[in-house]
Design a protein around this ligand. Structure first.
Ligand SMILES: Nc1ncnc2c1ncn2[C@@H]1O[C@H](COP(=O)(O)OP(=O)(O)OP(=O)(O)O)[C@@H](O)[C@H]1O
Length: 444
């Protein structure tokens, strides 16, 4: 098992709402409704839940294929999604300092820097940067000082020119005019020089921000559910895999070639495959191409959105084993989105269970599968088909989750609470006590 380490991703109160229609006909679908969790280096963290509960939307919001409605997301400690509205509320309520609020604004700009308006945003961000502000102030002060001296030099030149005109034979005065002219030119040059310095500082900062942002987001990659729809049929395998490298500025053809071949090899394909088109491959091979495309960027974190559900049962295990190898050999952390619980049980370290846009339970795989607490998790686990047909026949009807019947939130609503170390359940106080009693009884 790979060593599990520091927090690599932190999701705080993430929301994603889809809206359609206007006015009275406006419909809001709260696909992801205030979810929080962390993912640690080297682990496989699975998001499970029935179709439509918001798993895919969560993955897409994290990698910024969607613009999140609210919440914060940190990746390698850097905020990549920032909630300005929430921060404003917290500032008003005195819950955060003005400095913290400014940081959120700064991060919001950083977040947007990966969109098409990259350069524009980086420019705005540059002008806000405290370091840049300090340097710009230094140069602006120099410009102000030099401009003052330009004014003085102009007056001096006028004065000596008038004197020289009044006394045209005076050689000394002629010399003074020359000196005054030179002084004016060099002082003007000083102004110009500092203006250029300002431009350069801004330019360098802008480049630095863009690079930081690209480098960071490149470390997060996604593997999609449908390997057919997610590969451009008109591009060769090499072009598909190399696309990400080219977008990120790689121009060296030999290097591109080397990295494409390396990625193909890791996913079990051969270099000769690079010249072919996606339709020449089977479903499983196409998914391998999708994985190679993600891998070429050397990611630390992969969001695998139902990567095997569109594949033939016979090749699912191969793709899962490949993902497992990536984790073992390259320390890649995986957010695995799936509804096939038997795969999740085999493949995950920790599991989060989602129901209608909310997380209802998070815990180590063993806790979720052997000792589920939330009634929705119980019904989900209960619905896993058992390999023994006799057992299947005997177990009777699967208990369906019915939130209206199974909870009483009339007095107190639920919040996510830690019922035992590393095991969090959505519950109110009464349920919390029941769950704790159940854990105690199970331990006896
Ligand atoms: N582009 C969209 N526009 C409007 N509603 C959407 C959109 N995409 C998803 N939804 C809705 O958001 C909710 C969550 O969908 P999502 O695809 O995230 O769920 P899921 O758990 O990944 O489901 P599945 O396992 O079927 O992929 C669903 O009610 C879905 O209908």
């Amino acid at each position: 098992m790979a060593k599990i380490g520091d927090e690599i991703l932190r999701v705080e109160h993430l929301k994603h709402y889809f809206t359609s229609g206007r006015g009275k006909k406006k419909i809001v679908v709260k696909a992801v409704d205030d979810i929080s969790f962390s993912v640690y280096k080297g682990e496989v963290f699975s998001l499970v839940g029935e179709s439509g509960c918001g798993k895919t939307t969560t993955g897409r919001a994290i990698i910024k294929l969607y613009n999140a409605t609210g919440g914060n997301v940190f990746f390698h400690g850097q905020r990549i999604i920032a909630d300005v509205r929430e921060a404003k509320k917290m500032l008003k309520a005195g819950e955060i300092s003005r400095e913290d609020y400014k940081q959120v604004i700064y991060d919001k700009k950083f977040e947007r820097v990966v969109t098409p308006e990259m350069k524009k945003e980086a420019k705005a961000l540059t002008e806000d940067s405290p370091d840049v502000q300090e340097r710009l102030k230094e140069f602006n002060d120099k410009i102000d000082d030099a401009k003052k001296r330009v004014g003085e030099a102009e007056l001096e030149l006028q004065r000596v020119t008038a004197e020289a005109q009044a006394d045209p034979t005076n050689k000394e005065l002629k010399e003074e005019v020359k000196k005054a002219k030179n002084n004016l030119v060099s002082t003007k040059k000083e102004v110009r020089l500092n203006e250029i310095r300002i431009k350069r500082v801004k330019h360098i900062e802008r480049r630095r921000i863009l690079r930081r942002n690209k480098d960071l987001m490149r470390r997060m990659q996604m593997i999609f559910q449908d390997p057919i729809a997610s590969l451009n049929p008109r591009m060769t395998v090499k072009e598909i895999i190399a696309e990400g490298l080219r977008i990120n500025g790689e121009k060296d053809e030999a290097e591109i070639d080397r990295r494409v071949k390396e990625s193909l090899k890791i996913v079990g394909l051969v270099p000769e495959h690079a010249a072919r088109y996606p339709h020449e491959f089977s479903g499983g091979q196409r998914q391998r191409i999708g994985i190679a495309r993600a891998l070429v960027a050397n990611p630390s974190f992969i969001i695998a959105d139902e990567p095997i559900s569109a594949l033939d049962v016979s090749i699912r295990a191969q793709v899962i084993n490949l993902l497992n190898d990536l984790r073992e050999n390259f320390g890649v952390t995986i957010l695995f989105i799936a509804h096939d619980l038997s795969v999740v049980k085999y493949f995950s370290d920790r599991v989060a269970v989602m129901y209608f846009g909310k997380i209802v339970e998070i815990g180590d795989k063993d806790k979720i599968f052997d000792n589920p607490l939330h009634p929705y998790t119980l019904s989900l686990i209960d619905s896993i088909p058992h390999p023994d047909p006799l057992y299947e026949q005997a177990r009777g009807e699967i208990k369906r989750y019915n939130p209206m019947k199974q909870h009483d939130y009339s007095v107190e609503g639920p919040t996510l609470r830690e019922v035992e170390p590393g095991h969090v359940v959505l519950c109110n106080t009464k349920e919390f006590e029941e769950y704790q009693a159940r854990i105690k009884a199970n331990k006896k």
